[in-house]
Design a protein around this ligand. Sequence first.
Ligand SMILES: NC(=O)c1ccc[n+]([C@@H]2O[C@H](COP(=O)([O-])OP(=O)(O)OC[C@H]3O[C@@H](n4cnc5c(N)ncnc54)[C@H](O)[C@@H]3O)[C@@H](O)[C@H]2O)c1
Length: 319
Amino acid sequence: MPETRIVILDALTYAGNLTTLSEDLADPRVRFYPGKIQDATVVEGILKAEGVTHLVNFAAESHNDRAMMEAGSFIQTDVYGVYVLLEACRKFKLSRFLHVSTDEVYGSIDQGDFSESSPIEPNTPYSASKAGGELQIRAAIKAHGIPAVVTRGGNTYGPYHFPEKLIPFFITRLIDGKRVPVYGDGSQVREWIHCEDHAGGILHALLHGKDGETYNVGDRNERRNMEVVKILLEETGRDESFIKAIPDPRRGAHDKRYSMTTEKLNALGWSPQKPFESSLRETVAWYKERQDWWRPLVATDDYRSFVEAFYGPSLGEDL
Ligand SMILES: NC(=O)c1ccc[n+]([C@@H]2O[C@H](COP(=O)([O-])OP(=O)(O)OC[C@H]3O[C@@H](n4cnc5c(N)ncnc54)[C@H](O)[C@@H]3O)[C@@H](O)[C@H]2O)c1
């Protein structure tokens, strides 16, 4: 869509990084504003000045382990921020609001799959905040007729991911010769989807989804955490002595398994394209190649103090 313009609002929190956008920002059709989605004046000012028609909300506090330590900022962004965006959509009569949510809102499932009509039963402070945002949307659809669509994505991997989520956290530590903290026996099952497939699913739902509907965006690609870790060890040339089994700091909140059907979005003509194992190996190669991108991120005081506060007692000298 060559005539489409993109306007980005991002608070540039510890997880936000303008370097990631440098190529995109060189395109005259892309404009960037720093700011928070909770700031109604900023949000409404941008919608008005730029004549926005479609709003896609990726912004979130998104790291489960950080939410175990402090969940207030999650509620500010993931619940109140969504409310502000919805109010702005209402005021400016936008054509579509797409909200990027997560399969974690369903909670854990031992067998079978969640579908879009499964109940929402979040178990972690992060997933509860994302579920809170979704409930604001449900109410805005019912009460105000907001033309909203929700996507629930699976665990996402790929380049440019802040090195705190399992895959980039582990890759960067293994490159540096540090042990990786695996919760319990690593038997938790996650469905992994490459960021390009996740983004493609979101775009497909934006363009072809129906108002008021929710769409799962997944790759039907279940892996135990330990299977993923073993591929990362292989690709970084490390052996199993680099695994440090630690007690699960999320206690009863750590979901055992995520799994969801994607037929609803598949029926609209979308399907993921990236094979898991080779794409994961490519991701490791990207992190080896782009140390200029992630080294400054892991050198900040915020990053060091998070790793120390959350994993320090278990990782000891490997911090
Ligand atoms: N990473 C995953 O595995 C995954 C899976 C499913 C869904 N999601 C969802 O996808 C979205 C993006 O995930 P991610 O892993 O890239 O997250 P991330 O934490 O790496 O990045 C979040 C981005 O949002 C920005 N941001 C945070 N608070 C903000 C605020 N108040 N106002 C404006 N901008 C703000 C940050 O600066 C950053 O650029 C999130 O909504 C997340 O819930 C992620």
